[in-house]
Design a protein around this ligand. Structure first.
Ligand code: SAM
Length: 447
């Protein structure tokens, strides 16, 4: 933390001040000390916050069902899923496991690309995939060693394991936090190191993605909210940007001229009219990311799941301003300048921005829904009905759809390119959802 602070102060001294977006980029993504480049568990019970895939595998299974429908709409050919910011790989694991079991024809046509910048997370993803025999590409010898972990105790639905043969850095392993499964992992040798694996890893930088155009679906859960944001405010009727400075002993905020004309364009395009004293965040990285995504989609869908709302919802209906928050051990705070590199900093996603930017890039909006709507339309209630005696599962899954849990604040935006008027089950009116009185199913591991 101290080293990161010194680096940031050095940068401020060199430039006089830095934008809040630059500050956020350093604390989250500094290659050595950034929050998202560490081997510390960030998501789940032992991290700082939960995400839907860490709540229950039903989330990933319903997305798998959605992907199968997209594959059929697109003519049942080769289909690539690109998951952005996969963290531990739970979502990928749940999606592929379900497709392999329930939709074998789709599985044969499926390729899954993970784009994850954290090298420790990439290694954990490989360990997780190893648990169910999905071929993945060769492990890069440059990847640093790390261990598996598990989802939160309260919400946990997966046991995971650390292969004893890979316990390379014992100090990092807290056995209470990372329990072993009661079985040994056989040495699988080279037959699992496929160079043309089902799961591949690629990168995303300011220059774009490291793979060729795809037909399929770009998928992200809580990626966009993790991108650095600029902060703007209106002071004495003049638009200002919030910069970060350092005054001998501590960080301070400085209001000054807007650093980039794209910030004013953002306000105009998204019809954000700030009153005197009001403030907002601008996620320019989200637009850049969407541009790169669009370039890579030859034909397909883009599914963006995150917390946030439309401009109307954020600024006018809820009057929410300054949605920049820090998460540390499941507590929310606004102490942006504390625990540098050790707490998450995030902001609500403005989905109007993604819709508008997408239209300009040639994407059509397939639909926009609350997570509760999305999952109910995909059949989550039916699935819950089929596990009626399993109170633990019901309590976990409830969080995904409950209005005071993740059901309302989380939204799903689906955009498409080069597909004629696609009709997706997930976007149908909820009046058409019926719940049959199915008998509880034996737990086969798949719901
Ligand atoms: C908030 S976490 C999302 C976790 C995961 N999707 C989930 O639902 O549990 C954001 C993830 O995005 C990754 N990330 C951020 N910037 C990235 C980039 N440029 N390329 C790839 N991954 C990135 C981070 O390392 C982190 O794993």
């Amino acid at each position: 933390m101290q080293l990161l602070k010194e680096l940031i102060v050095e940068e401020i001294n060199r430039k006089g001040k830095i934008t809040f977006a630059e500050f956020m980029r350093l604390v989250l993504y500094h290659p050595k000390y950034g929050y998202y480049n560490s081997d510390t568990e960030r998501v789940g019970r032992f991290g700082d916050y939960y995400t839907s895939p860490t709540v229950h595998r039903m989330f990933g299974e319903l997305l798998a069902k959605q992907l199968d429908e997209m594959w059929r709409i697109m003519g049942e050919g080769a289909f690539t899923v690109v998951e952005m910011g996969a963290n531990r790989g739970w979502l990928c694991h749940d999606i592929i496991r379900y497709i392999k079991k329930e939709h074998p024809r789709f599985y044969d046509n499926l390729r899954y690309i993970i784009v994850e910048s954290n090298p420790y997370a990439r290694e954990k993803q490989r360990l997780l995939l190893d648990s169910f025999d999905v071929p993945y590409e060769t492990i890069s010898s440059s990847s640093p060693p790390c261990e598996g972990g598990e989802r939160g105790e309260v919400f946990d639905c997966h046991a995971s394991f650390i292969p004893p043969s890979q316990k390379r850095d014992k100090e990092r392993v807290n056995l209470e936090v990372f329990p072993f499964l009661p079985y040994d992992r056989p040495d699988r040798g080279s037959k699992y190191l496929f160079s043309d694996g089902k799961v591949l890893w690629h990168t995303y930088t300011e220059d774009g993605f490291s793979f060729d155009k795809i037909q399929g679906c770009f998928l992200s859960n809580e990626f966009v909210d993790a991108l650095p944001v600029h902060r703007l405010k209106v002071k004495n009727k003049i638009l200002k940007e919030v910069y970060v400075g350092y005054n001998a002993t501590k960080f301070c905020e400085i209001d000054d001229e807007v650093s980039n004309p794209a910030l004013k364009d953002y306000l105009e395009t998204n019809k954000i009219y700030l009153k005197d004293g009001q403030s907002c965040e601008v996620n320019l990285g989200a637009v850049g990311w969407l541009r790169h995504v669009t370039e890579k989609v030859d034909k397909g869908f883009i599914v963006t799941i995150d917390y946030g709302d439309t401009t109307d919802g954020i600024f006018y209906r809820n009057n929410t301003e300054n949605t920049v928050r820090c998460y540390y051990k499941h507590n929310v705070n606004r102490d942006y300048y504390k625990r540098l590199g050790e707490q998450d900093i995030t902001s609500h996603v403005n989905f109007t921005n993604l819709m508008n930017a997408g239209r300009l890039l040639g994407l059509e909006v397939t639909g926009f829904a609350k997570q509760s709507h999305y999952l109910i339309a995909l059949g989550i209630l039916e699935r819950l009905n089929s596990v009626a005696n399993d109170i633990e599962t019901i309590l976990k899954v409830k969080n995904l759809i409950h209005p005071e849990g993740m059901g309302e604040v989380f939204k799903v935006l689906i955009q498409h390119k080069n597909i004629e008027n696609p009709q997706l089950t997930s976007l149908r009116p909820l009046q058409s959802v019926t719940i049959s009185n199915s008998k509880p199913r034996k737990d086969t591991g798949y719901l």
